[in-house]
Design a protein around this ligand. Structure first.
Ligand SMILES: [Mn+2]
Length: 286
């Protein structure tokens, strides 16, 4: 059955022109249950995207932070509802748990409301490439060698995000555009200790040893598609800082979608239409 044949509910049916129709979507690192999660933007994306298969590549619900402090606003509930709804309406939804939602690793092989929970899986693209799907934390040197350090890092990260929010509301008041402090710091710090590079190389190496053409992971909150030693390395990014997803088009072409770019383009179109309207008003004969 074609997805288009299914009637969509009025409440979340986007205008036909706004629908983003793709074969596959990968999202990860939503961190639902934390103030950092950009649930409203994520919801806007989920409303316009339509796909045959949706992979949730880990760190969907942040059990680490929920355990410290309960945080669950309506928008986070809406995201979960939206995901379950997609599963109900015919999208194949696959959940590959990460380290922040490791509690779900107890339920591997089970199905919750149409969502399959698996440790890892292989996806075959429309053009016949095999992609291994894993969250990626098993290849994070910090997590594997010193879990306590990962927890401390997590706390420091949360603090940075909080500082970032205050910092940006101040910038907004001064009329300056949004600038991610946490993204800047992480890129600087992690690049410096070659953290990102080591992670990417380790994941790609494992993918090659499994005899697949590529790998899709998340975890480091840095979206990327590139070739690493003959293996296609894809990272779908996150919904805390960068608002990114990995898409597979009907012909098998892979692409990183930067939702913030789309929002910016939309805002621009809206502001310019506001500029146009008064001008046409002025030209009207009185
Ligand atoms: Mn992770």
């Amino acid at each position: 059955m074609r997805r288009d044949d299914l009637p969509a509910a009025a409440d979340d049916a986007p205008a036909a022109a706004d629908v983003l129709r793709v074969r596959t979507v990968w999202i990860s690192d939503l961190h639902l249950g934390t103030p950092g999660c950009q649930a409203t933007e994520l919801l806007a994306f989920l409303r316009v995207v339509e796909c045959d298969t949706l992979y949730l590549v880990g760190d969907i619900i942040d059990g680490w932070q929920l355990r410290r402090q309960w945080y669950w606003p309506q928008a986070h509930n809406d995201v979960v509802q939206k995901l379950l709804r997609k599963a109900r309406k015919g999208t194949r939804v696959v959940f590959v748990p990460g380290n922040h939602d490791e509690f779900a690793r107890k339920y591997l092989g089970h199905n919750f409301g149409g969502v399959d929970v698996v440790e890892e899986c292989i996806h075959e693209t429309a053009d016949g490439r095999k992609l291994w799907i894993t969250h990626g934390d098993l290849f994070d040197g910090v997590i594997q060698c010193a879990k306590w350090l990962a927890y401390v890092g997590d706390w420091a990260y949360e603090l940075t995000l909080r500082v970032n929010r205050h910092f940006n509301s101040m910038r907004a008041r001064l009329g300056l555009p949004y600038w991610s402090l946490s993204r800047y710091l992480k890129l600087k710090v992690k690049r410096a200790v070659s953290y990102v590079g080591d992670f990417e190389a380790a994941v790609a190496r494992e993918a090659r040893s499994r005899g697949v053409q590529g790998v899709v992971c998340g975890h480091i909150h840095h979206a990327e598609i590139r070739q690493i030693e003959g293996v296609l390395y894809c990272n779908d990014g996150d919904w805390v800082e960068s608002l990114t997803a990995l898409l597979e088009h009907p012909d098998g072409r892979l692409e990183i979608m930067d939702w913030s770019e789309r929002v910016k383009a939309y805002e621009l179109a809206r502001t310019s239409s506001i500029v146009v309207t008064p001008a046409s008003t002025f030209s009207m004969p009185s």
